[in-house]
Design a protein around this ligand. Structure first.
Ligand code: E4P
Length: 310
C-alpha cells in the first residue's frame, strides 16, 4: 500500500505545469474546480463498452492493445483496423492509443504513419523493449529509436509495457508523449512469486529469477527497490510513485499513463501518487459511483423523503 509519507511533495507542482484539463468555458463565472485533475481513459477495444462511458462523460480517451482487439473480435489486420477506426471516430478529438504490431524500425514507422492517418487523435503505442525475446536478431533499442523518429515526425507516442522507472525515463528521453507503467501486472507477479523468507519484492529483483551476472553479485538490477522497502503486497503503485517523482525532478512533460488496473484501490493509489492519466477497464469504471454505504444512505434518504410527498 502507498503510505502518505510516500507521496512525493512535488506532485502538486507537477500537475500545475502539465496541460490543463476541464477548461472553464468562455463567459463562465464559475471556474471549473478540477482544472488540473488527471484524465481517465477506458482500457478496452470494445466499442460497446466505450460508448456508455463516452456518453456519460466519464472518459477522455481510450487505450487498446492487440490482446484487447482480439478480445473485441478482431481476427485479421483488416478487421482490427476497422475496430480501431470506429473507436477513433467515436472518441475524437480525445486520444486513442493504437499499438504497433511490426517489429523492425522501417516497418514500424510505416505502420505508425498508417495508424496516425486514421485520425488526428491517434497516439501510436510502442513497446519499450522485449524485441530480442521475440527475435535474437532484433535490436533491444528498437522501441526507443522508433519513438524518437516519431517524435521528429510530430506523431504522438505511448511507450507501453513499462515495468521499471528507468524504462520510463528512457522513453521520455526518446520523446514519448505518454509512458504506460503496468502496475496490475507487477502486483500479479509479486503476489504469485514473492517468497516470504526473502526481502519484499524479491521475485522481480533476485538473480535466481534472472541471469547471474559475471562476478556473482547476489542481486540484479533495481536492488534499490528492495532497499527502499518495497512492500511485499505492493499493488504496483511504487512503480507509478517512482516515475512521477523522477519526471517531477526534471520537469519531464511526458504523461504518466497508469495502466493494467485490477481493482479500485489501485485507482485511489494512482490518484495519491500523482499519475497524469489512468486507463481503467470499463467494468471497473462503471462501478466507480457505487459503495455499499452510499446505497444504504441513499435508500434511507429516499425513504425519509416520502414524508414530503404528503
Ligand atoms: C495498457 O494500455 C494496457 O492495454 C493494459 O492496461 C494492460 O492491462 P492488463 O495487464 O490487464 O492486460
Amino acid at each position: 500500500m502507498l503510505k502518505p509519507l510516500d507521496i512525493h511533495p512535488g506532485v502538486g507542482d507537477r500537475r500545475a505545469v502539465m496541460e490543463e484539463v476541464n477548461r472553464t468555458a468562455a463567459g463562465k463565472k464559475l471556474q471549473h474546480p478540477a482544472s488540473h485533475a488527471p484524465r481517465i481513459f477506458a482500457d478496452t477495444a470494445d466499442i460497446e463498452e466505450i460508448r456508455p462511458l463516452q456518453e456519460r462523460g466519464v472518459i477522455s480517451g481510450v487505450t487498446t492493445n492487440p490482446t484487447l482487439l482480439k478480445r473485441a473480435g478482431a481476427d485479421s489486420w483488416e478487421s482490427a483496423m476497422k475496430i480501431m477506426k470506429d473507436i477513433v471516430d467515436l472518441v475524437a478529438p480525445d486520444p486513442v492509443s493504437l499499438e504497433l504490431t511490426e517489429l523492425e524500425p522501417v516497418g514500424m514507422i510505416e505502420q505508425a504513419k498508417k495508424l496516425a492517418g486514421i485520425g488526428e487523435n491517434v497516439v501510436v503505442k510502442v513497446p519499450v523493449g522485449g524485441y530480442k525475446a521475440i527475435n535474437e536478431e532484433l535490436d533491444s533499442f528498437t522501441g526507443l529509436r522508433v519513438i524518437n523518429q516519431l517524435w521528429k515526425d510530430d506523431i504522438k507516442t505511448n511507450c507501453t509495457l513499462i515495468f521499471n522507472s528507468t524504462q520510463a525515463f528512457w522513453a521520455a528521453n526518446a520523446g514519448a508523449t505518454y509512458v504506460s507503467p503496468f502496475l496490475g501486472r507487477v502486483a500479479d507477479y509479486l503476489y504469485q512469486n514473492d517468497q516470504v523468507e526473502r526481502p519484499p519484492g524479491n521475485s522481480l529483483y533476485y538473480v535466481e529469477d534472472h541471469k547471474i551476472p559475471e562476478g556473482g553479485a547476489d542481486r540484479v538490477a533495481n536492488t534499490a527497490y528492495v532497499a527502499m522497502d518495497g512492500a511485499r503486497k505492493d499493488s504496483g503503485i511504487r512503480l507509478i510513485n517512482e516515475i512521477v517523482a523522477i519526471f517531477n525532478n526534471y520537469r519531464i512533460k511526458t504523461e504518466v499513463l497508469a495502466a493494467s488496473f485490477r481493482n479500485a484501490v489501485q485507482v485511489t493509489e494512482c490518484l495519491l501518487a500523482g499519475a497524469d492519466i489512468l486507463t481503467v477497464p470499463a467494468p471497473l469504471l462503471m462501478g466507480v459511483t457505487d459503495h455499499p454505504l452510499t446505497s444504504q444512505g441513499m435508500a434511507a434518504f429516499v425513504e425519509d423523503s416520502k414524508v414530503f410527498e404528503k
